[in-house]
Design a protein around this ligand. Sequence first.
Ligand SMILES: CCCCC/C=C\C/C=C\C/C=C\C/C=C\CCCC(=O)SCCNC(=O)CCNC(=O)[C@H](O)C(C)(C)COP(=O)(O)OP(=O)(O)OC[C@H]1O[C@@H](n2cnc3c(N)ncnc32)[C@H](O)[C@@H]1OP(=O)(O)O
Ligand SMILES: Cc1cc2nc3c(=O)[nH]c(=O)nc-3n(C[C@H](O)[C@H](O)[C@H](O)COP(=O)(O)OP(=O)(O)OC[C@H]3O[C@@H](n4cnc5c(N)ncnc54)[C@H](O)[C@@H]3O)c2cc1C
Length: 627
Amino acid sequence: MAGFDDLASERSKAQFDVEEMKVIWAGSRHTLEVSDRISRLVANDPVFRKDTRTMLSRKDLFKNTLRKAAHAWKRIIELRLSEEEAAELRFYVDEPAFMDLHWGMFIPTIKGQGTEEQQQKWLPLAYKMKIIGCYAQTELGHGSNVQGLETTATFDPQTDEFIIHSPTLTSSKWWPGGLGKVSTHAVVYGRLIIDSKDYGVNGFIVQLRSLDDHLPLPGITIGDIGMKFGSGAYNTMDNGVLRFDHVRIPRDQMLMRVSQVTREGKLVQSNVPWQLVYGTMVYVRQKIVSDASCALSRAVCIATRYSAVRRQFGLQSNGIETQVIDYKTQQSRLFPLLASAYAFRFVGEWLKWLYMDVNQRLQASDFSTLPEAHACTAGLKSLTTSATADGIEECRKLCGGHGYLCSSGLPELFAVYIPACTYEGDNIVLLLQVARFLIKTVSQLGSGKEPVGTTVYMGRVEQLMQCHCAVQKGFLELSADLVQAAVAHCQLIVVSKFIEKLQQDIPGKGVKGQLEALCNIYALFILHKHLGDFLSTGCITPKQASLANAQLRSLYSQVRPNAIALVDAFNYTDHYLSSVLGRYDGNVYPKLYEEAWKDPLNDSVVPDGYQEYIQPILKQQLRNARL
Ligand SMILES: CCCCC/C=C\C/C=C\C/C=C\C/C=C\CCCC(=O)SCCNC(=O)CCNC(=O)[C@H](O)C(C)(C)COP(=O)(O)OP(=O)(O)OC[C@H]1O[C@@H](n2cnc3c(N)ncnc32)[C@H](O)[C@@H]1OP(=O)(O)O
Ligand SMILES: Cc1cc2nc3c(=O)[nH]c(=O)nc-3n(C[C@H](O)[C@H](O)[C@H](O)COP(=O)(O)OP(=O)(O)OC[C@H]3O[C@@H](n4cnc5c(N)ncnc54)[C@H](O)[C@@H]3O)c2cc1C
């Protein structure tokens, strides 16, 4: 059988130790062990099947998601899984659901923005899932412009309460995941109003639904905002709409780590920067960068395996056609994506470290690295999600016609993934934040303040001072160019973190060599993509450009025999990949054939509607009627 033989022979060609590469990809031997064990546990549990997802109606799809979430929670309790194992389990269940927002945003917000007492009160309830929470920030009229939110939280000194209110239609909360049908509570962002004075946006814990019968509490209107892009995909999530009609909550439900409102209605600022109100977004952006490498590597794994199984043209002496992975055009599209998956993995690891470091400093009242953490998380979130969304679509094209079938796994992966370019900050809006940070850093160059961290290179580039003067004339006018500069800055971070990774001790036969090849492919591919910029700014000469391209081609040849092993190192189960084209055993054609017959349209040989619509045409009854 073609596929079996092809992938087996590809695996035998690998020039490095795949098991050691698995450890590098996972981050540590321990993480590999956990993810391997949990991914198999999920794959072997029939409740977590997902092969019919694209064929279900929204209601059935959603109910099935609730069933899976309940089952996942049951398994977590029964097996006494640790927090790390539970997170892996949710990851491998691979279905966006209210749980993501509860664990990924509601809890981190209380941890990051609540006082000690507030954490003691709310976290145990949330950890035991006695309450389920979501993150209600975005409104119908405002998402990017957080300071433009309209929901109000007015302090009532008579009753010691806040009155949460939606004054206009555009102030309706709109988009929060988990809100539409499930959450009992939300962290609601609204304008703090005391004595008619507006103190800007703050977070408030608000109960939305009764814990007895799940009905919305008085003054609260909630619903789901409707179907989203693609079948299956993100429609498992109940993104919701929420309106408040003068809903009262106790004063101690304002998240008060950043600023406190006293019983007398006085606002007291803590010593922490007000930007900590935006802290959850920094946390989630950092998570999204790690997640990008998962989504991209998944698509690349499918496209690489299928490219080794698929044959077109070029009959060899034995009468067999050429594997499409051997075409240079296929390699020049596929291998940069393979390299990007590894690059994003390592920059994600570094960003996780940076985030932990910032948090430790914040605990010790050192706020100096917060602006850099904001710029890095915003910029890398933007860069990696845009590249991943484009990369998944490229992988679909790399799989030819079969890539367009839902059974390839790629359409659903694309549909689930693309909102990452928008949620947690529109990618262009986030790059503008990076640009602001860069301009600010440049403006301080002459003042004797040395740039540090990811901007250290700026101290070495003299032309930057002039560049600052030009930008002073109009940030908005130059914003399209500034966005390009922000991307370049982020690309530099990705490349340098890959290089730093290579400087670590990397055990295993041939592993380091493969990673070096991938790192060079990533860097040279970026250079190739922006060749015009590099040449026009005189950073490289035309001769160097052509040498770089020749080097890139030679690197593709170096990676070619290792390509299948490099995607095997992701250690994905067939369940997680959910792709006939990306099967580990390469048995593509018989399974594609088998899969087609499972479509509900094939339940009957003659389709519903034949008698009403097709037969009259064939029998020419319609034409006769008109004549
Ligand atoms: C299915 C796969 C899931 C994948 C994820 C996997 C795991 C994740 C885990 C859990 C998550 C679960 C599921 C994920 C799925 C979906 C979740 C989606 C949830 C959402 O989608 S939830 C809404 C997010 N919604 C936004 O994302 C709005 C974007 N809009 C903004 O974020 C701001 O509005 C901004 C920045 C554009 C303008 O802000 P602004 O109006 O105040 O203006 P300004 O620019 O003047 O900033 C003043 C000073 O604050 C500094 N600053 C700004 N932001 C900062 C920050 N975050 N930290 C520290 N400093 C910050 C500046 O640097 C400046 O500093 P300086 O003055 O010193 O220069
Ligand atoms: C699937 C999904 C899940 C979500 N989950 C949640 C959630 O759980 N909780 C929550 O609170 N929110 C959630 N959101 C909302 C999300 O965070 C916002 O949609 C996002 O921040 C973008 O804001 P927006 O919709 O206002 O876009 P807009 O800002 O209206 O963007 C529209 C266009 O305007 C451009 N633009 C905007 N401002 C500028 C500017 N200053 N300069 C130049 N161009 C600009 C953008 O680049 C974009 O092209 C979710 C969204 C999606 C799609």
